[in-house]
Design a protein around this ligand. Structure first.
Ligand code: NAD
Length: 325
């Protein structure tokens, strides 16, 4: 069985795969190797589009060492009988912590503070921040990461409102979150974080309608996928002097094209899709993906089974995401 690792992966997880005598493991994107590979491990930088799948005619198994799977054409994989898994567990802590890093950076104007402290200007007047204590945090997508973010919000003394049509009331109660509609969430919350997968349903779902509901001094953080926010609407909202500070780790196009408008607004704090970019998460997700591949091959349960493509979870494929987890 030929296994090809086509993206960033740890030496430890590679060695673990190599320790299985039935596997021939190579770390490469050499087209000659891909032509004969039975299994592939990728991340978002190596999207499995129809065209890429055409270069791997023997492929039977594909695992992405990421939570997001919008870079994989699931319908095409299903049509070709390719079994696919993602790796949803290992990134949760890192993504939650980065969400809070951006929430805090926006609330306490960390980027501008760093600049004025560094230059010795010491211009504190524009740096008046906001507090989380006693406020309402809104979570869109109360899954693994959303649940962790809620836990931290409670530690700050916040109450939680959340929007997730795919979870039942008992699930919300366990997380001490009040179920609300999306518009209501934007109307009620002082800070908001997005934790939904990019699907046909969530693509562009956060747009001018939701921005119009934002309170003064509210904060919106997106560490999910760039396409969830309609970026053109956000630009217009900010140009019109609309409410809110925005912490963005993910973008419709990564890296940005030249002249990307959102980079001009001081209300926006940006990071280059580093939500899961910690040493711990990289080690853990490589092992999670390696174990999932071995389990897929053995027809054993994986940590990240993907629902059938016809399901609501069908990801939007063919997006120009080149960096990500
Ligand atoms: P998850 O599957 O555990 O949670 C997603 C939640 O979203 C689920 O509860 C689901 O019911 C809900 N949901 C789906 N469609 C919805 C809709 N239309 N409206 C409201 N809720 C909806 O996933 P997770 O592990 O929490 O990860 C969430 C996303 O975060 C991933 O899909 C991935 O794209 C992204 N992510 C980004 C980074 C990063 O580096 N920035 C790291 C990890 C994960």
């Amino acid at each position: 069985m030929k296994i090809t690792i086509a993206d960033r992966f740890t030496a430890e997880a590679t060695a673990w795969l190599k320790s299985h005598s039935q596997f021939d493991v190579a770390v490469t994107t050499d087209p000659e190797r891909l032509k004969v590979t039975d299994a592939v491990i990728v991340r978002s930088q190596y999207p499995l589009t129809k065209e890429v799948l055409d270069t791997m005619p023997k492929l039977k198994y594909a695992v992405t060492a990421t939570v997001g799977f919008d870079h994989i054409d699931l319908s095409e994989c299903a049509a070709r009988g390719i079994k696919v898994a993602h790796s949803p567990i290992a990134h949760s802590a890192a993504a939650c912590e980065h969400t809070w890093a951006l929430l805090l950076a926006c609330a306490r104007k960390i980027v501008a503070s760093d600049k004025t402290a560094r230059t010795g200007e010491w211009n504190r007047h524009p740096l008046l921040g906001t507090e989380f204590s006693g406020k309402v945090h809104g979570i869109v997508g109360l899954g693994r990461i959303g649940t962790r973010v809620a836990k931290v919000a409670r530690a700050f003394g916040m109450t939680i409102v959340a929007h997730d049509p795919y979870r039942d009331n008992a699930y919300f109660e366990e997380r001490e979150a009040t179920r609300v509609g999306l518009d209501e969430l934007f109307h009620l919350a002082d800070s908001i974080s997005l934790h939904v997968p990019l699907t046909k349903e969530t693509k562009g779902r956060i747009n001018k309608v939701e921005f119009a509901f934002l309170k003064p001094h509210s904060i919106v953080v997106n560490t999910s996928r760039g396409g969830v926010i309609k970026e053109d609407d956000l630009v217009l909202h900010l140009k019109a002097g609309g409410h809110g500070m925005f912490g963005l780790d993910v973008f419709t196009q990564e890296p940005h094209r030249k002249g990307y408008e959102l980079q001009n607004f001081p209300q926006v704090t940006m990071t280059p899709h580093v939500g899961a970019n910690t040493r711990e998460a990289f080690d853990a997700v490589s092992m999670e993906a390696a174990r999932n591949l071995v389990a897929l091959i053995a027809q054993a349960p994986v940590s990240g089974p993907l629902p059938p493509p016809e399901d609501w979870y069908q990801a939007v494929s063919g997006l120009a995401i080149s960096h990500g987890v």
